[in-house]
Design a protein around this ligand. Structure first.
Ligand SMILES: [Fe+2]
Length: 289
């Protein structure tokens, strides 16, 4: 029996962690879904692959969505495998007109099958293709216009991608198709000097918080989630980091105001799912998709 219900606005759960599981994990997710708005976050749709869409995967995703009724379903602009193999990594795409046409057709197929809009996230990348003729914001903007999909802007991914490709993250954000953004991600990364790895295993870096301040304002207040997938701290520490987002939303962040004293209830909670905070009216945002 679950007895701790922390004061957060909504949850995000990794779709694949629950698609194949029954029993207690699925029961816990249903319990969460009954009490909080829930978003399903996918990592294996492989929307950019040249393999046919995986009908079995989509069927299981649709069944899970029917059961827990997520506010929306998201995944990444990437490919995760080919010839039936899953690399278990979010691999980059050459951003060309040909790729755009290919991905747009698959997004339409997915949306038709799931009978709901798909939300796509900008991935962290570690290389660029010489063939790319479009910037990532341009590509995502065209994709949203052509398919009606929504966008998930991962601010940390913007920072990682721009550092690794020697690009300006502020210019990236300035050119982003904001009218299609329904969600924001925050996360920590590992700086290796010559490159950055998107590790999700530590607190959000100051430069990413500054980008978040800009992203929050430009998005008009998109729902924000903090990803933390490795070296997971206590719920209290996680929640304190999460609540920093609210300070940046107000535009007057002062490190001295950091919230570090969670309630006893929050202190005792062990967080089983990937999480978030807060903000906007999710249903209102969906209507804009
Ligand atoms: Fe993300």
């Amino acid at each position: 029996m679950l007895t701790q219900w922390p004061a957060v606005d909504w949850f995000e759960a990794i779709s694949e962690n629950f698609m194949d599981s029954g029993g207690r994990p699925r029961w816990v997710l249903r319990e969460v879904a009954e009490r909080y708005p829930l978003v399903l976050h996918g990592v294996s749709l492989s929307i950019g692959s040249t393999d046919p869409l995986n009908a079995d995967y989509l069927g299981r995703l649709k069944a899970l969505a029917a059961e827990v009724k997520p506010v929306w379903v998201n995944d990444h602009l990437c490919w995760t495998g080919v010839m039936g193999l899953n690399a278990h990594d979010l691999l980059p795409l050459p951003l060309t007109e040909e790729t755009l046409s290919h991905v747009a057709g698959r997004v339409r197929q997915v949306q038709d099958f799931l009978e709901r809009p798909l939300i796509l996230e900008n991935p962290s990348t570690y290389l660029t293709f010489a063939q790319s003729a479009l910037t990532e914001p341009e590509f995502l903007g065209y994709l949203a216009d052509e398919t009606g999909c929504g966008l998930l802007l991962d601010v940390n991914n913007v920072y990682v991608t721009c550092f690794n490709s020697d690009a300006d993250p502020v210019a990236y954000l300035e050119s982003f198709p904001w009218s299609s953004v329904v969600q924001i991600h925050l996360a920590g990364h590992q700086h290796c000097g010559t490159h950055i790895i998107d590790t999700h295993d530590r607190s959000v870096q100051p430069a990413v918080w500054e980008l978040y301040r800009l992203a929050w304002a430009r998005s008009g207040g998109a729902s924000t989630l903090l990803e933390w997938d490795g070296n997971i701290p206590s719920f209290a520490e996680y929640h304190a980091e999460l609540l920093r987002a609210k300070l940046y939303m107000d535009g007057n962040f002062d490190p001295e105001q950091m919230i570090t004293t969670p309630s006893p209830q929050e202190e005792s909670v062990s967080n089983p799912v990937d999480f978030l905070v807060p903000t906007v009216m999710e249903q209102t945002v969906l209507e804009n998709v």
